[in-house]
Each structure stands twice: as structure tokens, then as C-alpha cells.
Design a protein around this ligand. Structure first.
Ligand code: SAM
Length: 260
């Protein structure tokens, strides 16, 4: 496993492809949530575990020249682009060992990051300390691996428990989103809000992020008792444009630091 405990970080080329598919699939709801959480021009934002950086770049546009965005990640795959107005800075940072600076940000956002960390509760408490009074922490995480498929097939349904076990064996808690609201509350954040959603789309490119996630976890899935035939069926189902697929739930939740 790599520094910071992120098991999906090796084989950079493949991981970048997977992260591009993640952005494609999830940026829409993220932007909606950030707008609902109150994002406005002039804000100072921290995009944590920025991946390929699409949300960091979008935030830099949204906050404009009077605002600024710090984007951090273990990996430097998205670094080197200062944003259209020079208000975007990329920095290497390991969340598990470096708390970041206190009381600096109007907004801190992390998508699909906490679910990869040991002790996410402690990390949330540290992220909360990086908020200025009244600032908002927005977190997004997977809330399980349950799919629904029409016409019905067992190709994905039978996989969920073993898939979650395989994820857990490399430090990925695929159901961590279920704990998000409680952990935000435990970190002292107030006015908790959010939504849970599932994507619906025909099989095909919309599910490439899932296909590449399965590929990345293949050794652990086999170890967890999934056969190669089952993996083949799952992939075929995800790519089958005659099927309508409902993806697993994602929880987006936010809370505010106590005002002065
Ligand atoms: C599943 S990816 C999500 C990327 C991005 N947030 C997105 O949704 O497109 C998880 C990201 O968290 C980063 N990450 C994992 N562990 C980390 C740590 N300890 N400190 C900082 N970043 C970390 C990874 O390098 C990766 O870019």
C-alpha cells in the first residue's frame, strides 16, 4: 500500500483513467451540493484529495479572482495548472499525517476520500478545524455497493458483500457514507444537511468508473471468493446497453463550523 494508505494509487495511468470516469459521473451532483451549501464569489476553498482536479478548477472559476482555491492530494497527477485567474494552487499533502492550517477556509470539500482513510472521524475533526467560524465542510462518500438492474440479473447483486470485503482488505470502506452525518455531528459541526442519490443509466460508458474499479480490485475480489466468471458477468452487465442500471447510493453531507 502507498503513503497515506491509498490502495488505488499505484499504476498511475490506469488510476487516472478511473478518476476521469469518476469526474464524468459525479461532478454534476457535487456542483449542485456545493451551490446548495452556499458557495459564493470571494470564498477561500480547500479541495481535499483533489484527484484529477475538475472540482478544484470549477471552484476556482466560481470563487473568481477575489477568492482562492487550494487543491491537495497525495499524488501530483493534477498539479501544475494555476487556474484561469491564478487563484488555484496545487500542493502535495497527506491528510493522515498533516492536519493543515487552522481556521482558514470558507469551504472544505472532499469526495470519495474519507472512505479510503483509516480513522475518518479524526480526519473530519481536523478538516473542521481548518474552517473559519461559520465555514462549511462538504463530504461525499459511497454508501454501499448495491446495484439494481433491469431486466433483472444476479450479475451485480450477488457481488456486493464480497466486493465490500475485498475493498475493506485494502482499506476502502465502501459503505462509509452511512456514517457521514453522525461523524459530522461528532466533529461539532452544525446545521447538518445533504442528500443521498443513486445514478440511473443504461449499461455502457456511464459505468466505466465501476468497471475500472473492479479491475483494480481483481486480486482482492478473487481472494474474497469472487470467481473470474462472476467478474466477467459483472463487467458484461455494466457494459450491456440493453440494461438499465441503478448505481449504489452516494451520500453528500455538509455542516457548518460554529459562528464566532
Ligand atoms: C477516489 S479518489 C477521488 C478523487 C477526487 N476527489 C474525485 O472525486 O474525483 C481519492 C483521492 O484521494 C487521494 N488520497 C487518498 N488518500 C489520501 C491522503 N491520505 N491524503 C491526501 N489525499 C489522499 C487519492 O490520491 C485520490 O486522488
Amino acid at each position: 500500500m502507498e503513503a497515506g494508505g491509498y490502495a488505488f494509487g499505484e499504476e498511475r495511468g490506469r488510476e487516472s483513467e478511473r478518476l476521469a470516469a469518476v469526474q464524468q459521473a459525479f461532478d454534476g451532483p457535487t456542483r449542485l451540493a456545493l451551490g446548495e451549501a452556499g458557495l459564493r464569489a470571494g470564498w477561500r476553498c480547500w479541495e481535499v484529495g483533489a484527484g484529477l482536479g475538475s472540482i478544484a478548477r470549477w471552484l476556482a472559476e466560481a470563487v473568481g479572482p477575489r477568492g482562492r482555491v487550494l487543491a491537495t492530494d497525495l499524488d501530483d497527477r493534477c498539479f501544475g495548472d494555476a487556474g484561469a485567474t491564478g487563484n488555484l494552487e496545487f500542493r502535495a499533502h497527506d491528510l493522515t499525517s498533516d492536519p493543515g492550517r487552522a481556521e482558514e477556509f470558507d469551504l472544505v470539500h472532499a469526495r470519495f476520500v474519507l472512505e479510503h482513510l483509516p480513522g475518518p472521524e479524526a480526519v473530519i475533526a481536523r478538516l473542521a478545524r481548518a474552517l473559519r467560524p461559520g465555514g462549511v465542510l462538504v463530504l461525499e462518500d459511497s454508501a454501499g455497493l448495491d446495484f439494481a438492474v433491469e431486466p433483472p440479473t444476479d450479475a451485480l447483486a450477488g457481488l456486493a458483500p464480497r466486493w465490500e470485503r475485498a475493498g475493506a482488505s485494502v482499506g476502502w470502506s465502501a459503505a462509509y457514507g452511512r456514517a457521514l452525518i453522525g461523524d459530522l455531528r461528532a466533529a461539532g459541526l452544525r446545521d447538518l444537511r445533504g442528500f443521498e442519490y443513486r445514478r440511473h443509466a443504461p449499461g455502457g460508458v456511464s459505468w466505466e468508473h465501476v468497471v475500472s474499479g473492479l479491475e483494480r480490485l481483481q486480486p482482492e475480489l478473487l481472494e474474497a471468493g469472487v470467481s473470474e466468471a462472476e467478474l466477467g458477468q459483472a463487467t458484461a452487465c455494466l457494459r450491456d446497453c440493453t440494461r438499465q442500471i441503478t448505481g449504489p447510493p452516494v451520500l453528500i453531507a455538509w455542516g457548518r463550523a460554529r459562528p464566532d
